[in-house]
Design a protein around this ligand. Structure first.
Ligand code: 13P
Length: 253
């Protein structure tokens, strides 16, 4: 059985106090549903991570993610954060290759493969993001585009390594735009991603990798998107900044 998972990506939002308040509310709501079978992950800015990890330590159904990491273990990289540092404050997941990092910080498929290696070598679970821009969707080349992202950054991994990874499909044209992929478009891409992973790592391993959908996922549309058999949860931006909305999305799974 694949792990069902809803990860919030706060992006560059919330000061420390706001982040603590939001986390406290989410922990309270999660504790009201002890039999919930869905893992919640809070992807916060670096400054929040130690406190969010402490606040969530009482429930195994909440884990903490960084939104980025550096590919080197340590050294003269002013302003950067290593995976060992993340691990030392209780982080267990790290979002790698978000389209905003690819676009604004020019992160290449090759660099992302090194970040995946760095995360895995510290025992962190990468949430590896892929997804196509609008122009690629309009020319109907999205499957080739996303498969190329996966091949370039993940196909050097061992079976064991790929088995401890989460993939997030985030069509760039649906991020923060209010436009979502239709449930059929999401399922088609998720199935294609799983088949592509299976072509390299085999059906059994690919069948156990959670694949999340991201892009304007909200309480009102989550159930429909999550109904796809290859959609194992979501990576949530805007709606993860509100505790009730985030919980409503978790409950839609
Ligand atoms: P929105 O949910 O705000 O569209 O953001 C999606 C996203 O980028 C999550 O990583």
């Amino acid at each position: 059985m694949r792990q069902k998972l809803v990860a919030g990506n706060w992006k560059m939002n919330n000061d420390l106090e706001q982040g603590i308040n939001l986390t406290t509310q989410i922990v309270e709501l999660m504790n009201q549903q002890p039999s919930l079978n869905v893992l919640g992950v809070l992807g916060t800015p670096f400054i929040h991570l130690p406190q969010v990890a402490k606040l969530t330590a009482s429930t195994t159904m909440l884990q903490v993610a960084a939104q980025n990491c550096h590919q080197e273990p340590s050294g003269a990289f002013t302003g950067e954060i290593s995976c060992a540092m993340l691990k030392s404050v209780g982080v267990t997941y790290v979002i790698i290759g978000h389209s905003e990092r690819r676009e604004y910080f020019k992160e290449s498929n090759e660099l992302l493969s090194r970040k995946v290696d760095a995360a895995l070598s510290e025992g962190l679970t990468p949430i590896f993001c892929c997804g196509e821009p609008l122009s690629i969707r309009e020319s109907n080349d999205q499957m080739e585009y996303v498969c190329h992202q996966l091949t370039s950054s993940l196909f050097h991994l061992t079976d064991e390594q790929i088995g401890s990874l989460v993939v997030a499909y985030e069509p760039i044209w649906a991020i923060g735009t209010g436009k979502t992929a239709s449930a059929a478009q999401a399922q088609e891409m998720h199935e294609g991603i799983r088949n592509h992973l299976a072509s390299k790592f085999g059906q059994e391993i690919a069948g156990n990798i959670p694949i999340l959908y991201g892009g304007s996922c909200k309480p009102g549309n989550a159930s429909e998107i999550f109904a796809g058999p290859d959609v194992d949860g979501g990576l949530i931006g805007g709606a993860s900044l509100n505790a009730e909305d985030f919980m409503a999305i978790i409950n839609s799974l």
